[in-house]
Design a protein around this ligand. Structure first.
Ligand code: ADP
Length: 278
């Protein structure tokens, strides 16, 4: 069943700018979905609608069958955890323990259950032992892990991540992708992430929605979407680097590629299979 259903949603800011226009989207439970679009496409606005920070100007959003509206907000925010682009906007407590305890205490969790949940969340993100550190003195990658732990502690059904790889170094990106994958696989949490980082999308997403100027241009599997090269380029994005290389080799007649590999792993398999061509 779908965990998030967006139906005919539009959103206009107070100054009249239409950030989203007639958005329709169905996200199934357990999926890993990328919302891919250039700056200003409407990704952050859409995410703020998912957990009720903003209210649609028209249309409806349901989470787990429940409409995102004032009377359901507490339940919706428990179900949909937001991970902000800038961890410094998310982390405001003096210690990691207090940071993770904050939402739990608001939910009435305390005593041993509180301590156990903090320990559990830190273990998942690989940050056990950091309880008494200040979140502000951690590296960018560590801050992101603490932000994830504070959201995970609330046991959400969906995690919404705004540009999760922005500001991380290449190793940090690699580690974060592995962590998010395992959160999805082991805990069954649906992941929705906004990005314009086309190289990351095929490593994490199984479904992609292309968003541009407030409209969904296309949705489908990662392979389906990246095979529409003209559309990707028209909205000022590009193919993953490895796909671009194979596309050039195909154009130059060096090899014949009907479907472009999107990751280094896929390219390796592709080249091994097509050894005789190269
Ligand atoms: P993205 O996250 O894809 O970069 P946003 O959702 O931030 O896109 O922005 C979508 C559109 O809404 C842009 O045209 C942006 O200028 C506009 N916008 C965003 N926030 C506001 C605001 N607070 N007031 C007016 N317009 C806004």
């Amino acid at each position: 069943m779908e965990i998030i259903d967006v139906s005919q949603v539009s959103y206009a800011y107070g100054d009249g700018s239409m950030a989203l226009k007639d958005i329709n989207m169905k996200i199934e439970s357990g999926e890993k979905v990328a919302i891919l679009g250039p700056n200003g496409a409407g990704k952050s606005t859409l995410f703020h609608l998912f957990n009720g920070i903003l209210k649609p100007t028209s249309g409806t959003i349901t989470v787990n069958g429940m409409e995102v509206c004032k009377k359901n907000l507490v339940e919706i925010r428990r179900s949909v955890g937001m991970v902000f682009q800038d961890s410094d906007d998310q982390l405001f407590n003096p210690t990691v323990r207090q940071e993770i305890a904050y939402g739990l205490l608001n939910m009435g969790v305390n005593g041993k259950k509180l301590e156990d949940t903090i320990e559990w969340a830190l273990k998942i993100v690989g940050m056990s032992g950091y309880e008494d550190k200040s979140p502000h003195n951690l590296s960018g990658g560590q801050k992101k892990r603490i932000a994830l732990a504070s959201v995970l502690a609330m046991k959400p059904k969906v995690m919404v991540l705004d540009e999760p790889t922005a500001a991380l170094d290449p190793r940090g990106v690699h580690k974060l992708i592995r962590l998010l994958d395992s959160i999805n696989e082991k805990l069954g949490i649906t992941l929705i992430f906004a990005t314009h980082d086309v190289d990351t999308v095929p490593l994490l997403a199984d479904k992609v929605y292309l968003l541009d100027k407030g409209k969904i241009i296309m949705g489908g599997t990662t392979e389906e979407v990246f095979n529409k090269k003209e559309i990707i380029r028209k909205i000022n994005l590009r193919l993953p680097r490895v796909a671009h290389l194979i596309e050039i080799l195909d154009k130059d007649g060096i090899l014949n590629a009907d479907d472009l590999p999107l990751t280094i792993g896929q390219a390796k398999d592709f080249l091994e299979k097509n050894k005789s061509q190269v």
